[in-house]
Design a protein around this ligand. Structure first.
Ligand SMILES: [Zn+2]
Ligand SMILES: [Zn+2]
Length: 274
């Protein structure tokens, strides 16, 4: 049983945002859907953006920062990103007024503590200025978040070791991509070391971890070059082949629907019946 409640509000190339809650606080990872959708998504979970302890941004691509311009006008929540990502945000959102923003730099391979929550940033490999993944730790438990990376480095594997709950990119099937409608330069970008993670690579990352996560959210699925069933069967198949005696609870995230883990559902039920 994990102590992390995780709800992926949206995931994919049209927008990403995830809420994580534990006793030590509540964080939003990425703000790539409109501020209104973030607030509405949180409201459906019985939450309000002002309750957030902090926001963490992985990188400056629009599908990760779209809601930020409005968000910072409305909510005085601290926002963490690498220095390069802050520079990139200014390029992606030229009208953003960063003076309004409760802005903090968290460099990759460093960590901060907020209340009892430790948050560590680590480098990913993507065509952005200084992209990062995050690992959240509370009382010996850990929640990891990694999307938008072209490959899995040893550093990333080390950083993600011990995550009980993991949001992990499972972007595409290389064969669907090669046979699909994407123009060759875009295919090359996605398949490159600074692109996006294939289903197989996500599966091998899990199989290589010393301790398997209990729960994995498959994230940032391509709507053209993947399907939820294919992502799930590929990743699960690889894990089963390498770790036949172990079990992961998988959740497949969606561009439109909120996807919550069991801890979130259980918490909600408890509160209804109280
Ligand atoms: Zn993205
Ligand atoms: Zn990206």
């Amino acid at each position: 049983m994990s102590c992390f409640q995780v709800a992926v509000l949206a995931s994919g190339s049209k927008g990403n945002a995830t809420v994580m809650r534990c006793e030590a606080g509540m964080a939003l990872v990425d703000a790539g859907i409109s501020c209104r959708r973030i607030a509405q998504g949180m409201q459906k979970l019985g939450l309000h953006p002002e309750q957030l302890t902090a926001v963490f941004i992985t990188h400056e691509h629009i599908d990760h920062v779209k809601g930020l311009e409005t968000f910072i006008k409305k909510y005085p929540v601290p926002i963490f990103a690498s220095a390069g990502t802050w520079r990139g945000i200014k390029q992606t959102l030229p009208r953003i007024d960063l003076q309004l923003c409760n802005r903090h730099i968290l460099a990759p391979q460093t960590e901060i503590t907020l209340g009892g929550l430790r948050v560590r940033s680590f480098s990913t490999s993507h065509d952005a200025l200084e992209p990062a993944g995050y690992m959240f730790r509370y009382r010996g438990h850990a929640f990891g978040y990694v999307t938008d990376t072209g490959y899995v480095s040893d550093l990333m594997k080390r950083e993600l070791e011990g995550a009980e709950v993991l949001v992990l990119e499972s972007n595409h099937d290389p064969i669907l991509l090669k046979n699909g409608t994407y123009p060759p330069p875009l295919q090359k970008r996605i398949l490159g070391t600074k692109g996006h993670l294939a289903n197989e690579t996500a599966g091998h990352l899990l199989a290589d971890l010393k301790t398997l996560p209990q729960q994995v959210f498959l994230a940032h699925l391509s709507q053209e070059n993947n399907t939820p069933d294919l992502a799930l069967s590929t990743v699960r198949g690889i894990v089963q082949r390498h770790r036949p005696k172990e079990k992961i609870q998988f959740y497949v995230t969606s561009q439109e629907e909120v996807v919550k883990n069991k801890e979130w559902e259980d918490y909600h039920e408890q509160n209804i019946f109280e």
